[in-house]
Write a new protein. Sequence first.
Length: 364
Amino acid sequence: MVDGTGRVKPCCRFLEKYRPAEHTLDNDSIQNIFESNFQNDLRNRVLKGERLEGCKRCYEEEDSNKKSLRMRLNEHAKVGEKYIDTNDYKLEYLELSLSNDCNLMCRMCDSRYSFKLFDEEKEYHGKTFSKTKRTKANLQSIYPHLKHMKYIKFTGGEPLIIPDHWTLLEYAVEKGYSKNIRLNYSTNCTVFPKQKIVDIWKEFDHVELAISLDSIDKQENEYQRHLTNHDRALENIQKYVEISDEVGMTVIARPTITIYNAYHLPETLEWLDKKQIKINPTHLTYPEHLSLTVLPKSQKKIIENKYKTYNYTGTKIKELCNYILTYMNSEDRSDLIDKFMSHTEFWDQSRKQNFKTACPYFTL
């Protein structure tokens, strides 16, 4: 995974504290990092069945009886059908966060992924996660690997508003590599591409669009994903569903479940299911003070009662909600509730929003 600052990690979820600080495109090429002792050690440990310290989030999902990102990617790559020779491998799977250009200010995000958060972050923390307000990864060392590429995942910023992303795709089409490449996007659904872009997508093996609709409740969604236009996002989701057959596209919903949007999760998943959209909600672990595990027992009961008394239309939605409950009750981090309230109150004041209005069911 390469982010907009040029940092390189084994995966988007890999915990930052376990990533070698020198693994950046400013210091080295993607090839040298890919073949480094650190990466080889991870490969060998995984082949031995060891759990990696940096992969905590996937293991949490698996321990909550949910198919994790790790498991899904292993299935896609058919891991287990062939031996992975650590002396002869190619870079075939890549996640690119091209820059921190984004049109939203999501409460669980930071300035590495949205430049719009830079000033607020500096005021609140006295420092910023991104060293500069605008970031842009140098992708020159990526291009030679496109001929071997099978899967590229584009994340944010918001990839659909970043020009370098389209330049990379046009190059892959021009060189004849595109038919062997599956594309995956994480998008906030606030934009819908022009027909020229849709036509480029048709040149690739398949397109997976992972949409970030965090709540069907307008107030909740616009609170968590500040600056989003909820109604326009719903319209764009419908457009993506309508062109999915034409493009060869799978639309997947990936709500990020935090304290702010957990209450209306059943309704959100039901709405998505009726649209025949695949659903894969994920619990938030970072920043940890926004995690559901932070809620005091009395507030967790509010979520539990809602989920347990909800009139589900099928078992699938109920099972997904139960997975969130399992995670919520897996740990008591209520020691962080003051940090949650401080964070929330600052953002409320800065953005002229109100937690009690957005989430009136809580009694915090």
